[in-house]
Design a protein around this ligand. Structure first.
Ligand code: URP
Ligand code: ZN
Ligand code: ZN
Length: 483
């Protein structure tokens, strides 16, 4: 047994060379030129003319999500199969207990959902959706079990949203435990008040969603989080940042020394506000929070990625069927379940519209879609790179593939594709999870239930010095158009 990958062009966050990779079991065993298969039964893959990337990491998914009166459509089987076909070999799912659940109950619920179903490895960001006398002890245990990040919502009043004293207590605990807190930043009061005003004025369609959560609402959320992070010294990670105003607040805080990482989404890079304004309720397919923005924000986000100011690209994969679920908000945009699915397509879209379109070099592509998440969330170098000892999560990528995205062919359990008909120029021809072939040319061939809950180590190895150096950051602020 064993897996030998020959003649591929290995590309990591900082290196690029042609070599063979030998995997004897789950980790990468050896990288060298002209390796001969040590056993007759080894599977030999010819990767000539193809890239070999480290398995991609989606830092933000909602495979299981009870939300807005319904449940996201994928489960860990359908979601991870789709992820693997698209080259994603590790996901971070948001564990989001309701405010009436204990953290331990929430954690048990999410792990039970994943166990026996996930085909790729996974971890959770542990949602802190309330903080009371019971919380700290339970959260300590969950962190000790290897789930070394929290998730908080400054949005969704009355649902997942936490108040300021809960925010303060959560960040104090995170600081003490040395874990990163990921945060949805929108001011929940501004959202609730503005939604009410729009509804009262007779706005009912999906186009109202954007105006109920304009950029300032998100920027205010970021500003708020930055103040609390500064006061507590806790490292934080802004999820799904969508616009210039919010990025400016994060960068200003970085200049003050706040440890903050930024995630954007493939949806914000490629889709815009006009999609949510499509007639005949079609816009509901494009309702998510924060909302899709004016197109003018897209160059700011691409620039931010190129300059290392934005660190990761995720999907916030939250699939709700157009027919059955989005239509819950047919007469009231505030009831349209929020989310735009993209787990299967993130890597191919980022490669096609980032690398092929000349917006990203190959190393930046690997960093923002894999390596940086592994470093920020304590999985590096087990995940996020290609070196002896790392898990053999590999993506043999065919840059000559040409195809189109469609709900008719995707594996995600959802009745539409937000990128329907979009051409892609490149696709994984083979994907491995810990040395086992899991996807081949758009088909899942792996093992359902083989995915593991990852035990994360306590060391965050992201090099903060470079992006935090004040002079660099000031210059970069100017380059992205911030004052
Ligand atoms: O619209 C979104 N983003 N849906 C998923 C829940 C969340 O806020 O991340
Ligand atoms: Zn969110
Ligand atoms: Zn989310």
């Amino acid at each position: 047994m064993g897996l030998l990958i020959k003649n591929g062009e290995i590309v990591t966050g900082d290196s690029r060379y042609i070599a063979d990779i030998w995997c004897d079991g789950e980790p990468i065993t050896r990288i060298d030129s002209d390796i001969q298969a040590p056993t007759a039964t080894a599977e030999v893959i010819d990767a000539s003319g193809k890239y070999v990337f480290p398995g991609f990491i989606d830092p933000h998914t909602h495979i299981y999500l009870p939300f807005m009166g319904t449940f996201s459509k994928d489960d860990y089987e359908t979601g991870t199969k789709a992820a693997l076909v698209g080259g994603t070999t590790t996901i971070f799912d948001m564990c989001c207990p309701s405010r009436t659940m204990e953290p331990s109950e929430g954690f048990a619920t999410w792990t039970a959902q994943a166990r026996g179903k996930a085909a790729c490895d996974y971890s959770f960001h542990m949602g802190v959706t309330r903080f009371n006398g019971n919380s700290a002890a339970q959260l300590r245990e969950i962190v000790a079990a290897g789930v070394q990040s929290f998730k908080i919502f400054l949005a969704y009043k009355g649902a997942f949203g936490i108040d300021d004293s809960e925010l303060y207590q959560t960040l104090k605990l995170a600081k003490e435990l040395g874990v990163v807190t990921t945060a949805h930043c929108e001011n929940e009061t501004l959202v609730a008040e503005t939604q009410q005003e729009l509804v009262t004025r007779g706005t009912s369609g999906p186009e109202g969603h954007h105006d109920s959560r304009p950029p300032r609402v998100e920027a205010e959320g970021v500003h708020h989080l930055m103040s609390f992070a500064e006061m507590t010294g806790a490292p934080v990670y802004i999820v799904h940042l969508s616009c210039r105003e919010a990025l400016e607040e994060a960068l200003r805080a970085r200049l003050r020394g706040v440890q903050v990482w930024v995630e954007t989404l493939i949806q914000y890079l490629l889709l815009d506000k006009s999609h949510a304004e499509l007639p005949e309720f079609e816009g509901a397919k494009f309702v998510m929070s924060p909302p899709l923005r004016d197109k003018a924000n897209q160059p700011v986000l691409w620039n931010g990625l190129r300059q290392g100011l934005i660190n990761t690209v995720g999907t916030d994969h939250a699939p709700f069927d157009f027919a059955g679920q989005k239509s819950m908000g047919a007469d009231d945009f505030t009831r349209i379940p929020n989310g735009i699915p993209a787990l299967e397509d993130r890597v191919n879209l980022l490669y096609t519209y980032g690398v092929k379109a000349g917006r990203l070099d190959l190393h930046t592509f690997v960093k923002i879609a894999s390596t940086n998440a592994a470093k920020i969330f304590n999985l590096f170098p087990r995940k996020g790179t290609i070196q002896p000892g790392s898990d053999a999560d590999l993506v043999i990528y065919d840059p000559n593939y040409r195809g189109q995205l469609s709900a008719a062919t995707h594996l995600m359990n959802i009745d539409y594709n937000a990128f329907e008909g979009w051409p892609i120029e490149g696709r994984p021809s083979l994907v491995t999870v810990r040395g086992e072939v899991a996807a081949r040319d758009g088909k899942f061939v792996g093992t359902v239930g083989r995915g593991r809950l990852l035990q994360r180590s306590s060391k965050n190895v992201f090099d903060f010095d470079a992006p935090l150096a004040s002079d660099n950051n000031r210059i970069a602020l100017k380059r992205v158009g911030c004052q």
